[in-house]
Every structure is written in C-alpha cells, then in structure tokens.
Design a protein around this ligand. Structure first.
Ligand code: ATP
Ligand code: MG
Length: 660
C-alpha cells in the first residue's frame, strides 16, 4: 500500500481531511459519510508518508467493537501497528504499566465489575433500602456525576444545574455517593471512572510519567467524538499536554449517551477552541440506499438543539434500493414472529445472517426476538452483554477464573489456564451437549475461551519512550480485568448470526438489513424520556438506528405489548417522516454520473428476497421472476456466487436488477 493508493478511495472532502498537515483536524458530518473511513485513511496516509511512526499514534473510540472495527480497517490499509483502543482500554493499559512505579509495590486495586452491589450497600448505610432497579438507577446517576467530574459535595448543585432527575432526593443521592466512595476505599477496589481518573492523576502528578506518555503518543485520533464526557476529555487534554496534533470526528446528531455525561459541546466547540483547525464537513452518504438516506434526513430534520445549526442534509451516493418497510402488528409477539420470518427469507436469499441486525430501544425487548428466531432455527447473537455476562454459568466461570488467579499466581499460557479453570467447574471442552439449555451453557463457556484466544492474539503494545516495551499482559489476572471491563461496557463475544442489539450498542456499525422494532410510544421514546432534551435524544437514537442500514430497512411496532393488551400509539417521530422517497431526488448512482434518479421510477422490491426490480418485473406480485424459491439448484448456486462476487469487488450493492 502506498500513500497515493490510500487516497484513491476517497472523495475530495475526505482527502482534504486525510492530507491535512499535523495539527488539529475536525470532521463534522452525518452518519455514513465516511468519517471513520477518513480517520483510518488519515492515519495510514501519515504513516506511509513517513510523517509519523505508527507507534506514536493513539486512536480512541468508545466501544470495544468500534475499536476492533478500526483496527481491522487500519490493518487492511497496512497500518495495523497503530493502537486503536477504547478510552477505558487505553487508560487501563497506562494505569497497569505505571502501577508498580506509582503504587510503590502495592497491588493494583481490583476493578469492580458492577457498581450495583456496592451502591446498594452504600445506600443501606444511609437507611435507604433499594431493589435491583433502584441500585441500577443510583449507579447510573453516580456514573453521570463521576463522568461529569462532579464530587459528592458538589452533586446537589450540579444535578440541579444539569436538570437531572435523580432517582431519589438529590441530597440523599449525594450521601450515597460519598458513602460509595468511602466503601470502595475501604475495600481497596476502584470503578471504571476511577481508572480514568487514575490515568489523569498519574500524568498530572508525576512529571516523569507525563514525559514518558507524551513522548510515546504524539498524534491522537478520536472517533465518535460527539459522545465524549468531561472525564474522558480531561484525559485527552492530559495526554495532549498543550500539544495540538489531534483529529476528531463526530456527528452531533448521533449523541446518544448524554444520560451518562456525554456532550457534543466539545465537538461543536472544537473549531472555535482551535482556530487553526482544519474543519471538514461531509455530506455524501456512502453507506445506505437513497431511500434509507431520505428517511434518515426526514427523522433528523425536525431535531432541535445546538447541533441543528451544523447539520447538513445527507446525499445518498448508492444505487436505489428497496423502499423501507413500515409495518404495524397487533402485538409484540406477532411483530417478533414476522421479523424472524423475514430474517429467514433474507438468509435463504443469500444475505449472510451476520449482515442482518434487529435493533431495539431496551435490552428487555430482546427476548421475544430470541424466541422467535430460535423457533425458526435462525442463528442469532445477542449483543448487549446483560444477556451474556449475566448468565449464571458465565458469572460462575468468572468467579472460577478469579479464584484460579489467586491459587496459581504467576505466568500462564492464557488460553490453557482459562480452559483448565473452566474444566474445574465441570465443563468439558470436547463434549458439547447435543442441544437445549445445556448446549447453550456450554456455548457460553466456549465463547469465553474464544475470547481468551482473541485476547491472546491482540497486538502487543508498542515501545514506550526509551524505557522498553509495555508487553500486552497475557496473564490470567489481566484477562479477568478485560472480562470485567467488557461486562461493564456490555461487550459480549461475537458469534456468527443475526445481531440482536440495543440502538446504543449499534453506533458506528452497519448491516445490509436492519430491523428497527418496537417503534411505539413508551418504548421509543421510552417512558423515562420526559424533558425536551431527553426526547431529542430519543429522536437521535432513531436516527442512529435508521442510518445503520445499507440496503434494507424495516420499521415496525406491535400495537400492544402482549396479545389483547392496551393499544399504544406509534412512535411520535414516525408520522413526520412523509414519503420515504425524498432521498431519491438527490441521489446519484455510486461510481456513475450524478444524474438524478427520477423519483417516479418504477423501482419496486421483491417481497421474497428484497432484490430491486425495475420496470418489466412482475410488479403485481412484487416478487422476482427468478427469486431463489423459484430457481432450480444450479441457477440458485450461480445467483449466490454472482452476489458474493459483486459484494467482494465492492461494486454497487449485491442485489439483482431484473429488467425483464
Ligand atoms: P457513522 O456516523 O455511522 O459512524 P461514518 O461517517 O463513520 O458513519 P463510515 O463507516 O466511515 O461512515 O463509512 C460508511 C460506509 O461508506 C462504509 O462502508 C465505508 O466503507 C463507505 N465509504 C465511505 N467513504 C467512501 C468513499 N469515498 N467511497 C466508497 N465508499 C465509502
Ligand atoms: Mg463511524
């Protein structure tokens, strides 16, 4: 790969960002416009030009999956040695590396897996008995406070100023907050926010640490910058130490974590704060069909808030595809069954299961879809790790792993150690049970082993200054910390299958087919969203969901939650959508001329496989004349091969256009 080749797959605006000289660069753009592509290409371009060594670059983002995605894209561009991590992972590595020096030989405090239990204990100290939901709400409130750099003594005023709606009286929350901090100190444990604070403290209070870290990291890149919180920003500023070689990219319309303290203000203010910044705005959407782009524009058009001023309408670049489906079902189970059937049809027609996602507002919605997919034997993966990390066998396995750390300290091949610890609980690696619940339990533990294998393969950290290399820590104890981090951040290991995920965890990702389900008042927007700001965040969530789809988009809701239940109104953001073809007017065909596509074109989609049908196809049936279900075996195989080949060449989408 040469630097020039890196520029080849970019449009002129993306190139401007990629080739900008060292210094602040800010890309403000909507979903699917190639922000992540631009930053990975910028990193590759600069390293290939010899402007900066890969080991001096730190790329950060917010979820492990997004970091993995960034690493994969960098590797494909020949820049695989660049560190791309989540804020948490980057901070954890730094803290672990310097711990022996800063703690003078004392053991590093253990990371608490979940705040809930400690928060409930802290609440009990103050005579407040909370159930699981209460503990979760309190823990979320403390996470907001800590991420917003608010101390217990400042909580009451800060919460009022931020228009928070604390789960209990603010003064009570402040007391619980203080008790929680004291409890952690007594138990010698830290939480995730403490770890970020420790990374800041290590640098701010220790000039030698500051010098070493800053000589290592010279260029910073932040993806999804609209979701940075004040604590993470403080860490970023600390890493920078007054320098300005930083590239940030984000979309204020995709801020969906403000309930945890995230704010798009840093992104929006970036050009003002750094007047010499190269600012790039991108509007061409390369991800989705014009139909999906049109819908996304319609969803976000009505949004209010500071970011609205900055928003530019997206212009779809891909060939037209199927119209998004908007479906209404009598109840949620009926909705789930219909979604599962459609998934099965798409898979039968050649869409890989891993290219399909069912996205919902709350994890509790997952269950109906798990059941419906399982009944049709469609493979699926639940992302959003409550399911995975809260499984009894996974929790027990994690306890077994931690006790193995205590009983056999010292160096381990890691994977073997994990297998041995799990075997001690009765798990037999070579004997998967034939089916049922036991098989599921076996699979969950096999997924833990696969995670250990992945972890052992991930690249070493690069040399730090003159002081030698930080080795990727392959000890069982480091792996346990990694698991704790994942459990906290809800990253279950990936398996091939239809993705079931919350809208929050889908950020930055894309699939060929996306089902947005449960679009009813009370679910999206959630009943908890009351203030105008909270409702705006719900709208942004819908926008994030819509923009995940490359090819097919399905929007649906069940009128009641259960059969015969009370009817709900459709999501308030839906009726404003209008005709979903608006995007077509501005569309141009990928790789072709900018000729506008006639909005009255005869494009329809096949009901069976979703393929685009032009004039001449059997419109009455809305079905391909040669849909796989009607093909003989040989033709079907040829169709699948053709699709795979066009997809591999990254031409226009791998669908079939029949013109008679
Ligand atoms: P999000 O806001 O959802 O994070 P994004 O702006 O980061 O989106 P990318 O994920 O970088 O967008 O790009 C969206 C899709 O468009 C990807 O599949 C990417 O490969 C493709 N893409 C981006 N730019 C181009 C381009 N110039 N030519 C062809 N494809 C492109
Ligand atoms: Mg992105």
């Amino acid at each position: 790969m040469t630097a020039e080749r890196v520029l080849a797959g970019l449009d002129p605006d993306q190139r401007r960002a990629v080739t900008a000289p060292a210094g602040p660069v800010c890309i403000l753009a909507g979903a699917g416009t190639g922000k992540t592509r631009a930053i990975t290409h910028r990193i590759a371009y600069r390293t290939l030009k010899g402007e900066i060594s890969p080991r001096h670059i730190l790329a950060v983002t917010f979820t492990a999956r997004a970091a993995a995605e960034m690493r994969a894209r960098l590797t494909a561009l020949g820049a695989g040695r660049v560190q791309a991590r989540t804020f948490h992972a980057a901070a954890l590595r730094q803290v672990r590396y310097f711990a022996p020096r800063l703690l003078e030989g004392r053991a590093m405090p253990e990371l608490v897996e979940s705040k809930g239990r400690l928060v409930a204990l802290a609440a009990a100290h103050h005579g407040l008995r909370v159930d699981r939901t209460g503990a979760r709400d309190l823990a979320a409130e403390l996470e907001w406070a800590k991420s917003s750099l608010v101390e217990p003594g400042e909580y009451v005023v800060a919460a009022a100023k931020a228009l928070r709606e604390p789960p209990y009286e603010a003064a009570k929350v402040a007391e619980v907050f203080a008790a929680y901090e004291a409890l952690k100190r007594r138990q010698g444990v830290i939480d995730f926010e403490d770890m970020l604070r420790a990374a800041v403290w290590g640098i701010e209070e220790h000039p030698d640490v500051a010098e070493q870290v800053r000589s290592q990291y010279r260029h910073f890149v932040v993806d999804e910058y609209q979701d940075v919180n004040p604590l993470q920003q403080r860490l970023l500023d600390t890493w920078l130490g007054g320098r300005d070689d930083i590239t940030v990219v984000g979309d204020a319309s995709q801020t969906i974590y403000s309930f945890t303290g995230a704010t798009s203000a840093y992104l929006v203010d970036f050009p003002r704060q750094r007047r010499d910044a190269v600012v790039v705005r991108l509007v061409r959407d390369y991800r989705s069909t014009p139909q999906v782009v049109g819908l996304a524009n319609a969803v976000i058009k009505q949004a209010r808030g500071a970011e609205a001023k900055l928003r530019l309408e997206l212009i779809g670049q891909r060939a037209p595809g199927a119209e998004p489906d908007l479906k209404i079902f009598p109840d949620e189970p009926a909705e789930a069954v219909a979604v599962a059937r459609r998934c099965r049809e798409l898979i039968a027609a050649g869409t890989p299961a891993s290219e399909i996602a069912v996205l919902f507002r709350t994890n509790a919605q997952s269950e109906a879809y798990e059941k419906a997919l399982a009944e049709l034997e469609v493979p699926y993966v639940v992302r959003g790790a409550e399911r995975f990390f809260e499984r009894t066998e996974v929790r027990q396995a994690m306890i077994a792993l931690r006790s193995a750390v205590r009983s056999t300290p010292g160096e381990t091949p890691l994977v073997q150690a994990v297998v041995e610890a799990l075997s001690a609980t009765g798990w037999v690696r070579d004997k998967p049970p034939p089916g049922g619940a036991q098989r599921e339990q076996w699979e969950a533990l096999a997924a833990l082993v696969a995670l250990a294998e992945d972890y052992a393969r991930s690249p070493d950290l690069l040399p730090l200054g003159q002081a030698g290399a930080i080795q990727h820590d392959l000890s069982l104890s480091a792996f346990c910390e990694e698991l704790a981090r994942r459990a906290e951040q809800q990253h279950a290991p990936t398996v091939e299958g239809v993705t079931l995920a919350s809208l929050h965890s889908a950020k930055g990702l894309e699939w060929d087919a996306v089902f947005l389900v449960g679009l009813a008042e009370g679910t999206l927007p959630t009943t908890y969203a009351k203030t105008p700001e909270q409702l705006e965040e719900e709208r942004r969530l819908l926008y994030v969901g819509v923009t995940r789809a490359r090819q097919w988009l399905w929007l649906s809701y069940g009128q009641s939650r259960s059969p015969g239940g009370r009817a709900r109104r459709p999501c308030r953001f839906l009726p404003q959508l209008g005709p979903t073809r608006t995007g077509l007017e501005k569309a141009s065909v990928a790789g072709g001329s900018r000729k506008p596509v006639n909005r009255r074109s005869t494009v329809v989609s096949c009901r069976i496989c979703g393929a685009t049908l032009m004039a001449g196809a059997d419109r009455k049936l809305g079905r391909c004349p040669t849909c796989p279900s009607d093909l003989d075996e040989e033709l079907y195989q040829r169709l699948l091969e053709w699709r795979a080949a066009t997809a591999a060449e990254q031409k226009v989408p791998a669908y079939v256009v029949f013109t008679d």
